[in-house]
Write a protein that binds this ligand. Structure first.
Ligand code: FAD
Ligand code: NAI
Length: 465
């Protein structure tokens, strides 16, 4: 870098990776700026990802419960009417409060927001909206964008990505989702609960690839029972807009006779790709891998000295909390500390109903690694609190090393699975055994007792089943 620089650290991108990195760096005493081209801070997650999707998931759950579940509780309401405009307004308010929150945090920590597009020029040098800026270290946290599909042209009105699917102003009669992954199932659930007929076209013979097979099978059964229509083992080859909707051509993934499906709205959700274009990476000599992600070493250093990368733009799960952990780690490493991320203990949650939460290894991964393991399972049907709540779908599955009893993976399908997974992540992080979890006192009656019981089950010691 030049002898005198404008900043110690400039972070490009103010998503969960970038903004958290900027805050930790400021806490550590660096002079920090964060470049963001969007009109608001917070990145994909706060603006068009995690936060608005969870707001709509919760609202649509309420709508569905009012119409279908209240009566059993003795709560009779004459008629339930959807006010989608209000639902969307509430969501927008939540997003606004969150992104303003990041702006407040920047001010509090003395971080400068450099507005505009950032382009890297080389060690210590970049431009923001065309103007030169210098820094001792540059951290790229440019995130990801929805992956495109040939023959399916997104207009964000009739053929939408998650961004358009979060903004619909009317409930589509027929929604076809391309991709049975996290986005497809979360946003498919939102619109299904609000009244859409939803069909999910998935390339593979299963949903959410990477999930433990047994858990995926149970999850799929519940979604089908709820009324989601699944077209597994199929791919979309064409989407043609008509005056009133879209005609999709689909064919078996392995080849075969094509057929057509009609939709009012199509959601394209076949994954996300690293946002590594338009940053001048090529000219700066920053190496990418074969999927367009920035290549980094174990300290997040790119191929160019002084330039680092974190979050969705590098390898690993495209999750907000993974990006955040890397943001903290790189800031600490730059301060000479021992920043580190344990990639074996990163939870993943699908916020459908019921939720699907997972941490650590699946049975299939352990078989492939040749690790001998034991399994303990406990159904929510046998948990008193779940019964009181009327939320008995699903189970907890704890996988532990056959010899040492160390917890290797936990998979939870059920109510509040996303919250329950936290103690399991902690167990894995601390190297706990299943017996450790089983011997911890869990409050009664809580859903967390199902975690304890599943852990006890690893050694055949469950008490309530
Ligand atoms: P991003 O959040 O994508 O932020 C990157 C920022 O960099 C953007 O604001 C972009 O404008 C800016 N930028 C890029 N290039 C430049 C440039 N050249 N100059 C200036 N600024 C630039 N993850 C979860 O963990 N939980 C969830 O529940 C969840 N839900 C999701 C729901 C949806 C619909 C989507 C799409 C994603 C969801 N994710 C979720 C994934 C999560 O949003 C991402 O993993 C996370 O945002 C990645 O953070 P990041 O900081 O790497 O990048
Ligand atoms: P995904 O990778 O979760 O799922 C994509 C699905 O599309 C896969 O099942 C894949 O087999 C399928 N697919 C690929 N090509 C296809 C084709 N041509 N036709 C039919 N199906 C095809 O990706 P998704 O759902 O788009 O989400 C992107 C990322 O965003 C995820 O990796 C996830 O990490 C993140 N995210 C996380 C959330 C969470 O943590 N709750 C919520 C939403 C997104």
């Amino acid at each position: 870098p030049p002898a005198e620089t404008d900043y110690d650290i400039v972070v490009i991108g103010a998503g969960p990776g970038g903004y958290i990195c900027a805050i930790r760096a400021a806490q550590l005493g660096f002079k920090v700026a964060c470049v963001e081209k969007r009109a608001t801070l917070g990145g994909t997650c706060l603006n068009v990802g995690c936060i608005p999707s969870k707001a709509l998931l919760h609202s649509s759950e309420n709508f569905h419960a009012a119409g279908h579940e209240f009566a059993v509780h003795g709560v009779d309401i004459a008629s339930v009417k959807l006010n989608l405009a209000q639902m969307q307004k509430r969501k927008a308010g939540i997003v606004e409060a969150n992104v303003k929150g990041v702006e407040y945090l920047f001010k509090k920590n003395g971080i400068t927001w450099l507005k505009g597009e950032g382009k890297v020029q080389g060690t210590g040098r970049l431009t923001v909206a065309g103007k030169p800026v210098t820094a001792k270290h540059i951290v790229i946290a440019s995130g990801s964008d929805s992956a495109a599909l040939k023959g399916v042209d997104v207009d964000e009105k009739v053929i939408v990505t998650s961004t358009g699917a979060l903004e619909l102003s009317a409930v589509p009669k027929r929604l076809v989702v391309i991709g049975g992954g996290v986005i497809g199932l979360e946003l498919g659930s939102v619109w299904h609960r609000l009244g859409s007929e939803v069909t999910v076209v998935e390339f593979l013979d299963r949903l959410v690839p990477g999930t433990d097979n047994e858990v995926e099978a149970a999850f799929r059964k519940i979604l089908v029972k709820q009324g989601l229509q699944l077209k597994l083992g199929h791919k979309v080859t064409k989407a043609e807009k008509t005056g009133t909707g879209v005609v999709l051509t689909v064919e078996p993934s392995k080849g075969g006779t094509p057929e057509t499906i009609e939709a009012d709205v199509v959601l394209l959700a076949i994954g996300r790709t690293a946002a590594s274009e338009g940053l001048g990476l090529d000219a700066a000599g920053i190496a990418l891998d074969n999927r367009g992600r920035i290549e980094v070493d174990e300290h997040y250093a790119t191929s160019v000295p002084g330039i680092y990368a974190i979050g969705d733009v590098i390898k690993g799960p495209m999750l907000a909390h993974k990006a955040e952990e890397e943001g903290v780690a790189v800031a600490e490493l730059l301060a000479g500390q021992a920043g580190h991320v344990n990639y074996d203990a990163i939870p993943g949650v699908v916020y459908t109903w019921p939720e699907l939460a997972t941490v650590g290894f699946t049975e299939e991964q352990l078989k492939e690694k040749g690790v001998a393991y034991k399994v303990g399972k406990f159904p929510f049907m046998a948990n008193g609190r779940a019964r009181a709540l009327g939320m008995t779908d699903g189970f907890v599955k704890v996988i532990a090393d056959a010899t040492t009893d160390r917890v290797l993976g936990v998979h939870i399908l059920g109510p509040a699975a996303g919250e329950l997974i936290a103690e399991c992540t902690m167990a894995i992080e601390f190297g706990a055994s299943s017996e450790d979890i089983g011997r911890v006192c869990h409050a009664h009656p809580t859903l967390s007792e199902a975690v304890k019981e599943a852990a006890l089950g690893v050694n055949g010691m469950s008490l309530n089943i």
